[in-house]
Ligand binder design. Structure first.
Ligand code: PLP
Length: 216
């Protein structure tokens, strides 16, 4: 069940600050997405390609779909016709494949580069050096990457109760973001830490369980 009160409360916090809410609907049924859609929500985030394709085919075409999971190169073609923003790009090769598929669709696909800010080893993403290398490669090949637009950065903080640590991780990501003046989107913050993320400069948050309840 969608928590409508939580949604309205969240929008009241975000709208004056100009922060975009991506409602993370992974594992949740189409009917619950429709409930939020009816309240005016248009940005939804999904982690799994197959699930995203099925939901996309059943829901209104003015939804902005965000891919927030780890995207395999061989699956880009399935989402290229409609995806609004791909958050988890963490290699130049993936960017090239997104460009190739976007070109076939005659589209320009927005991308965020994922930065590893958390302590945990398991989380995907680039470090500052790898980010610099990707931008160097992009500039060297800009004539060949006409169908992707790198719009910003995305990151996930450590899963911890230590708010100060979370804050430092978000701050580190904000500092990286500020180094590249062409970037406009900073995607950081989830149900448990979005308030800290916004205080540290996030302008796009990805919230699931707060709106849809815990996932099983
Ligand atoms: C699942 C997920 C979220 C949402 O997490 P909640 O804690 O449910 O808000 C946000 N970002 C990413 C990358 C996710 O995989």
């Amino acid at each position: 069940m969608v928590n409508q009160d939580a949604y309205h409360q969240l929008k009241k916090e975000l709208d004056p600050k100009g922060v975009t809410l991506v409602a993370v609907s992974k594992t949740k049924p189409v009917a619950e997405i429709q409930d939020l859609y009816a309240l005016g929500q248009r940005d939804f985030g999904e982690n799994y390609v197959q699930e995203l394709i099925e939901k996309h085919s059943q829901l209104p075409s003015d939804i902005h779909w965000h891919f927030i999971g780890h995207l395999q190169r061989n699956k880009v073609k399935y989402i290229a016709p409609f995806i609004h923003l791909i958050h988890g790009v963490d290699s130049y090769k993936l960017l090239e494949e997104i460009n190739r598929q976007a070109e076939k669709q005659n589209r320009i696909i927005g991308c965020l580069l994922q930065i590893h800010i958390a302590e945990e080893e398991t989380k995907f993403g680039l470090d500052a050096t790898e980010l610099e290398q990707i931008f160097t490669a992009i500039h060297a090949n800009s004539g060949n990457l006409k169908n992707v637009q790198v719009k910003g950065l995305m990151g996930m903080a450590s899963f911890t109760e230590d708010n100060e640590k979370v804050r430092q991780e978000f701050l580190a990501l904000k500092n990286l973001f500020d180094k590249y003046s062409s970037l406009t989107i900073l995607s950081m913050g989830m149900s448990s830490d979005y308030q800290i993320a916004i205080e540290e400069g996030s302008n796009m948050i990805r919230v699931g369980s707060l709106l849809f309840g815990e996932r099983t």
